[in-house]
Design a protein around this ligand. Structure first.
Ligand SMILES: *Cc1c(COP(=O)(O)O)cnc(C)c1O
Length: 465
């Protein structure tokens, strides 16, 4: 299987190179040249498998030229061994035909662990085979950074630098990034917002001299390996509710579009998904795009669901690539327009293609608090603000179509966002026992200006490899 760039200019790569690289050299994102398919019989045979066995079945066709079956199985087993729930991604019922897929039982309490733990293992296998070292630089609105640090801390052939927006992540998120003691971990607080962090990361990738000198690798959701590992839980949930014999829809709290795009690929692989519902907070650029056909930046407003405070939704480029009939030149033109004018219009044809799969909604700050309180009263389930946005938008979509089961992704544990949850419900959710001492651990962090030269100099000086 080869991986090609959404902008059509960079050379096609195998899985190992696409994973170690992250962003393509033409600024595009890697996608598989063809999408492997499962027949209904093959999907029916997934019923009752362990999460690990299912992950092997779903991921194997994408990586078989890079990893042996034994390597992949080993990586998956080690990745999920530290999760706090045997089902890994348990499904709960909230209301008639509304289900919650809990994706927060990993080591950093957010769904990012599902992919990051696997790619930590896969990086290690691949780098050892190649005798190579890399410098991972990641931009985070909070959860990616802690998940990446948790997955790569202490590895010999990796330095990991995480850029997060100064003052804009929750205290639990910050402490998860600043308290690991391993000297290959570097937490950097950037003076700017998440889009600034992401822009600096892209600039580093486009500065080829720096990129090659430090062996830059990216583990943001632009890395296809991340998206791949996330496809698995769409299969797990749909099969648990009767796929391939029954269709389901998903409501996905969305920022960078990585999670929901994994759902799209699950559908392309043959999983019978009806609607993929994009749930956004007050930063509703994706909801406006789906409703109005134009992608237009208005400025990010900080919200109580910080992991979704995004305007440059990187993986949306992958969705557009499919919607434009996999025309790299068309995507390159749109992205150039976005960079220059801050907006672009989606063609009628492409809008038709998007609307065949996606639906959308957005939830205000006030409504987020209401959904947390209502869900607690009606079901006993305490939601984090991101998950509440998914549940709110999922409820609205369910009201339009009662017949198809709706599965909302619960993307983080409520204890990761205790202030918002307490404001909504009066309950301050405690951290799970395994991280009870988080507030006592010493923090290590460097504050950095929003400046490319300064950042590159710091990374060159700090990295050990
Ligand atoms: C990252 C994140 C999201 C957004 O996911 P994307 O893949 O970026 O769309 C939603 N909720 C939580 C808790 C997250 O950490």
């Amino acid at each position: 299987m080869r991986y090609i760039s959404t902008r059509g200019q960079a050379p096609a790569l195998g899985f190992g190179d696409a994973m170690l690289t992250g962003l393509a050299r033409d600024g595009g994102l890697y996608v598989p040249e063809t999408v492997p398919q499962f027949t209904p019989d093959e999907i029916a045979a997934m019923a009752g498998l362990s999460y690990e066995d299912l992950a092997f079945k779903v991921m194997q066709p994408f990586v078989s030229e890079t990893f042996t079956d034994a390597e992949l199985r080993g990586a998956i087993t080690r990745a999920y061994a530290g999760f706090g729930h045997d089902a890994r991604a348990p499904l709960k019922q909230l209301a008639p035909n509304h289900f919650l897929l809990e994706l927060f039982h990993g080591p950093t309490l957010a769904f990012k662990d599902f992919a990051m733990q696997v790619i930590g293992q896969l990086f290690q296998i691949e780098l050892e085979k190649r005798g190579q070292k890399v410098t991972i630089v990641g931009a985070t609105s909070g959860d990616t950074g802690s998940a990446a640090i948790e997955a790569f801390r202490g590895l010999d052939n990796v330095d990991v630098f995480i850029l997060f927006p100064y003052g804009r992540v929750s205290e639990v998120q910050r402490r998860q990034m600043t308290t690991p003691v391993e000297d290959n971990v570097h937490a950097l607080a950037l003076e700017g917002d998440f889009d600034d962090c992401q822009a600096k990361l892209k600039d580093m990738f486009n500065h080829f001299e720096f990129r090659d000198e430090v062996g830059l690798a990216g583990v943001n959701s632009i890395n296809f390996a991340r998206v791949l590992a996330q496809i698995v839980y769409f299969f797990a949930a749909a099969v648990a509710l009767g796929a391939p014999h029954r269709k389901v829809s998903f409501s996905v709290p969305t920022g960078n579009f990585g999670d929901i795009f994994a759902g799209f690929l699950a559908k392309e692989m043959g999983l019978p998904i009806d609607r993929l519902v994009i749930a956004t907070n007050q930063n509703d650029i994706l909801d406006r795009c789906i409703k109005q056909g134009a992608y237009s930046k208005h400025g990010v407003k900080p919200s109580m669901s910080p992991s979704m405070d995004i305007e440059v939704s990187s993986n949306f480029e992958r969705a557009l690539f499919w919607a434009y009939g996999r025309d790299g030149a068309a995507i390159d033109a749109l992205m150039t327009e976005l960079k220059q004018a801050g907006s672009f219009s989606v063609s009628d044809n492409a809008m038709g293609a998007l609307l065949a799969h996606y639906d959308s909604g957005s939830i205000s700050e006030e409504r987020t608090l209401e959904v947390i309180a209502q869900t607690l009263a009606q079901t006993g389930e305490l939601l984090c603000p991101h998950s509440a946005i998914g549940v709110g938008v999922g409820n609205d979509a369910l009201a339009r179509d009662r017949a198809t089961p709706m599965i909302t992704l619960a993307t983080a544990h409520p204890a990761k966002f205790p202030d918002a949850v307490e404001k909504a419900s009066g309950i301050r959710p405690p951290l799970p026992p395994r991280m009870e001492d988080l507030f006592d651990r010493e923090e290590r962090v460097t504050r950095v200006p929003n400046d490319l030269d300064a950042l590159e100099a710091l990374i060159k000086e700090r990295r050990r490899t």
